[in-house]
Design a binder for this molecule. Structure first.
Ligand SMILES: [Zn+2]
Length: 305
């Protein structure tokens, strides 16, 4: 294991840079949203600047960090009346189309540990871990409302659960500071917390989960973290196979058929075509040199890859 120590001279500068990159890449909805988010970020970080002098960056060549993580399932265990799991497993539909087109990657760092079963600890890792420094901003992945903010000493540390308009819930763990409170409405891309190393965590990172009615989906099945986008505009949840999406290869079943084009049918729109072909509206527009408002003619063939 190689460790490179980096002295962080000014955490505000680093964080401001992160915000700039993230905002550009992830469509904060308007200039005023951006300004609000930025002002809020600077205000919230004044104290952090004093506290942090030294931080660590760990560089692992193609090696996941396997650390023991939350044992409890926050949706079924250790909940008081305020936090009871509102979901009845029997009511979860077999399949569900989830609109993930308006998204924000929760932090700019790379994925350091994937979703899935961890043989070493003999349990599931129900989310992914992303690299960050304590004090870095964590952003709301989708618009919605803060369902809870809580602290779990042996598990997630300070964590937030957001419930989203698209019916997903996202979980953010090991935080150092909350920027939102219970019941508050949040916009996609809004700073909701500062990252940290609280709870059962060895080194600053963000533990990030995506859940549908209590079922933990692989966040990498929804997000393409490497390219800071989503694989598709619509994610299809399947109750029987959702845990197998660990090795998700976007569009693979369409590649198998060899089809790179699609003939427009009656009732199609770019969103539907993107969903059918495992791509996004933005990619379709780029491939075909069209915009979201271009009129689609039935029978016309467009590129989908
Ligand atoms: Zn984790």
């Amino acid at each position: 294991m190689n460790f490179i120590k980096i002295i962080t001279i000014g955490i505000t500068a680093v964080s401001a840079l992160c915000l700039t990159q993230t905002a550009e890449a992830q469509n904060l909805q308007s200039v005023s949203d951006y300004n609000k988010a930025h002002a809020r970020l600077l205000a919230s970080q004044t104290k952090v600047q004093d506290q942090i002098k030294l931080s660590e960056t760990e560089i692992f060549a193609n090696q996941w960090i396997e650390e023991e993580e939350p044992e409890m399932d926050i949706y079924t265990e250790g909940w008081d009346s305020k936090q009871v799991n509102p979901y009845d497993q029997n009511k979860v539909p077999e399949t569900k189309q989830i609109d993930v087109s308006k998204f924000c990657i929760p932090c700019p760092g790379r994925v350091t540990s994937p979703y899935g079963y961890r043989p070493r600890f003999r349990r599931m890792h129900k989310g992914i871990d992303m690299k960050l420094q304590t004090g870095d901003t964590v952003y709301a992945a989708f618009s919605g409302r803060v369902r809870l903010t809580n602290y779990e000493r042996r598990g997630y540390g300070y964590y937030i659960i957001l419930r989203h308009e698209n019916e997903l819930e996202t979980v953010y763990g090991h935080l150092s500071k909350f920027l939102v409170s219970d019941g508050e409405d949040v916009k996609v891309g809004q700073p909701i917390a500062l990252g940290g190393n609280t709870g059962r965590s060895f080194g600053s990172h963000l533990h990030f989960e995506t859940r549908y009615m209590g079922f933990a989906i692989n966040p990498a099945a929804i997000f393409d973290f490497e390219n800071k986008t989503t694989h598709t505009d619509v994610y299809t949840f399947d109750k029987k196979t959702f845990t197998k999406s660990r090795n998700y290869a976007p569009g693979s079943r369409y590649k198998a058929s060899g089809k790179a084009t699609y003939r427009i049918r009656k009732g199609d729109n770019l969103g539907k075509i993107a969903a059918k072909n495992g791509t996004t509206v933005a990619k379709l527009c780029r491939l075909n040199g069209i915009s979201k408002s271009t009129t689609l003619r039935v029978g016309k063939v467009i590129r989908v890859r």
